[in-house]
Design a protein around this ligand. Structure first.
Ligand code: ACM
Length: 481
C-alpha cells in the first residue's frame, strides 16, 4: 500500500506517535494522526489477540496492527517499519499477514559503560536501535576496574575520584541519578527494562581508588602480565586509576563488614531508582579471590539484593556458591561447548529455583571481531561472523530443562570502542541475529540462515535512515533501498 502525505494513522497508543515520527525520519512524509475511522493505518491493543508482547499485522490496501499489549503493538510497529520500501513510484508498505509473539521473555543487550563511558544521548540512541529489534532488556555494566559510572549519595567519592577516565586514559564520565532515571524512563517508553550491574567482588579496582579500605591489593596473573606487555598497558597499582584492560586482579575485602555496608548502600540506592525487578551483582573473573571467600561473598551479596526487594542476577561463576540466594538468575557466558566447571555452576542457579540467561561468549559477544583483521574488538572468545552469531541454539548448551532458559543476552564490552559509532559497528548487524534467536521459534521455517540473511539485508535502508553505523558484512546481500 502507498504511503503518502494523505495517509492517516488511527490509534491512541504511544506506538502511533512513534510510528509517525519514524516514518517522517525515514521518508520525510508526516502521516496524519486521526481520532476516528476511517484511516489507512490502524493501531490498537486487544489482550485477546496474541500472547504477551505479541501482535498481528495485516498489510493489504490498509495496514492493521493489533498488539496483545502496548509492547506487542510497539513490536508490530517495528515490523511495519521494516516493511517500508521506496520504489520508482514512491514510498509504500509491502503486503504482509503476520501473527507473531516471542519465544523467550528475555531478549537482552548489554552495554559496558565502564571501560568506555557513553553518555545519556548515546545510551538513548542505543535503546532506539536495539528496541527496534524487539530487545526488551538493557543491562548496563556500570562499574569495572577502569571506572565507576553512577552516582551513589552514600559513597560520593566513587564518582568524584573513580569516573574521570576510561580505558587507555580516554575521557570518562558518570550518570547522575537524574541521568540514570532519564535512561530508565526512555527505555521504559520503548518497552525495555534496565538491569543495572555493579560488578563484585572482582572488577573492583576503581572502588579502591575512591575507598582504599574496601579493596585488596592487586593480585597479578600470567594473562594479565602478558596482556599488559603485548598491549603496552600499565599493570594495576593499588589506589591509582587503572588504564589497562587486563582482568582478574581485583577483589573487595570479603571479611570486612564495611564491604557489606557498601554493597547494601549501593544496592539500596540502585533499587530505589530502578523500577525493573533485577539487580546484577557481577561475579565474573575474581581470579585472585580464594574460592571459599568468593562463595561466601556470593551468598551474602545475593541475599542483600533479595533484602532490597530485587531479584539478583550474577555471572555464572557465582553458581559455585552452595547457598546462593534462592531465585538468583545466572548469566552463562561460557562457550557453546562448556569448559571446566561452567556448566555445573550455571546449573546450580536452576537447582536453587533460579533461571538462566544465555550469553555464550563465542556466539553472542558483540565485542568479538567479525574477521581477524576487523579494526575494532577482541578475539579471546572467538572470531564471530554474522552466520556464526546466528546459528546456535540456547537450550542445548547446558543440561537444564528448557523452561529454565529465560532467554538470550548479547553483551557489548567496550575495551576497544571509544565512540557510539564504534559500538554500532560491532553491534549491528550481529545483534539482529541474537534478536531472532531470542524471538523466533526454533522450528519456524524462516529460522534458517538463508532466510535470515536476506531479511537482514533489507534493514540497510532503515539503519541508514536512522543513522545506525552498521558493519556492511559481505555475508549479507544489503539492499540499496
Ligand atoms: C565476562 O565476559 N567477563 C562476563
Amino acid at each position: 500500500m502507498p504511503i503518502t502525505a494523505t495517509t492517516r494513522v488511527l490509534g491512541s497508543s504511544p506506538a502511533a506517535a512513534q510510528l509517525i515520527e519514524a516514518v517522517e525520519r525515514r521518508t520525510g512524509i508526516r502521516l496524519a494522526s486521526v481520532e476516528t475511522a476511517p484511516a489507512e493505518i490502524e493501531l490498537f491493543v486487544d489482550p485477546n489477540s496474541s500472547a504477551p508482547e505479541g501482535y498481528t499485522l495485516e498489510i493489504g490496501d490498509r495496514a492493521i496492527a493489533v498488539g496483545a499489549d502496548e509492547a506487542g503493538l510497539f513490536y508490530g510497529v517495528q515490523t511495519l517499519l521494516q516493511l517500508l520500501r521506496q520504489d520508482d513510484f514512491g514510498w509504500g508498505l509491502l503486503r504482509a499477514d503476520v501473527a507473531d509473539s516471542p519465544r523467550f521473555p528475555r531478549r537482552g543487550v548489554m552495554l559496558d559503560v565502564a571501560r568506555h563511558f557513553f553518555g545519556v544521548d548515546d545510551v538513548k540512541k542505543f535503546i532506539d536501535s536495539t528496541s527496534a529489534l524487539k530487545f526488551n532488556h538493557l543491562h548496563l555494566h556500570l562499574s569495572d576496574d577502569q571506572g565507576w559510572r553512577v552516582h551513589i549519595d552514600s559513597w560520593p567519592r566513587l564518582t568524584e575520584l573513580s569516573a574521570s577516565t576510561s580505558a587507555n586514559g580516554d575521557p570518562g564520565g558518570f550518570y547522575t541519578k537524574d541521568d540514570y532515571r532519564k535512561i530508565v524512563d526512555y527505555a521504559a517508553a520503548r518497552h525495555m527494562i534496565v538491569i543495572p550491574e555493579i560488578d563484585l567482588p572482582g572488577h573492583t579496582h576503581a572502588i579502591g581508588v575512591a575507598y582504599p579500605e574496601l579493596v585488596e591489593a592487586p593480585v597479578m596473573n600470567d594473562n594479565l602480565i602478558a596482556d599488559s606487555r603485548r598491549l603496552g598497558q600499565p599493570l594495576p597499582v593499588a589506589g591509582e586509576i587503572y588504564l589497562g584492560w587486563g582482568v582478574g586482579h581485583s577483589s573487595v575485602r570479603i571479611h570486612e563488614e564495611r564491604t557489606y555496608d557498601f554493597v547494601r548502600d549501593v544496592v539500596r540506592e540502585l533499587a530505589e531508582m530502578t523500577p525493573g525487578p533485577y539487580i546484577h551483582i557481577g561475579g565474573d573473573e575474581s581470579l585472585g579471590t580464594p574460592q571459599a571467600d568468593f562463595d561466601l561473598f556470593a551468598e551474602r551479596a545475593t541475599a542483600i539484593v533479595v533484602e532490597a526487594g530485587k531479584t539478583p542476577v550474577a555471572w555464572h561463576e557465582m553458581g559455585s556458591a552452595a547457598d546462593i540466594a534462592e531465585g538468583t538468575v545466572g548469566q552463562y557466558w561460557g562457550m557453546t561447548t562448556p569448559e571446566g566447571t561452567h556448566a555445573e555452576e550455571a546449573a546450580h542457579f536452576v537447582e536453587r529455583g533460579g533461571a538462566l540467561i544465555m550469553s555464550a561468549a563465542n556466539v553472542t559477544y558483540l565485542d568479538m571481531k567479525y574477521t581477524e583483521d576487523f579494526p575494532l574488538g577482541l578475539t579471546w572468545a572467538a572470531i564471530i561472523d554474522v552466520r556464526s552469531a546466528y546459528e546456535w541454539e540456547p537450550t542445548t548448551i547446558l543440561d537444564v530443562p528448557d523452561t529454565a532458559i529465560l532467554g538470550v543476552e548479547a553483551p557489548l564490552w567496550s575495551e576497544t570502542t571509544r565512540t557510539l559509532d564504534d559500538v554500532e559497528q560491532l553491534v549491528f548487524p550481529r545483534a539482529a541475529a541474537q534478536a531472532e534467536v531470542a524471538w523466533s521459534p526454533r522450528e519456524a521455517p524462516e529460522r534458517v540462515w538463508e532466510s535470515f540473511r536476506v531479511r537482514l539485508g533489507s534493514l540497510a535502508p532503515l539503519w541508514k535512515a536512522e543513522g545506525v553505523d552498521f558493519h556492511p558484512a559481505d555475508e549479507i546481500p544489503w539492499s540499496a533501498r
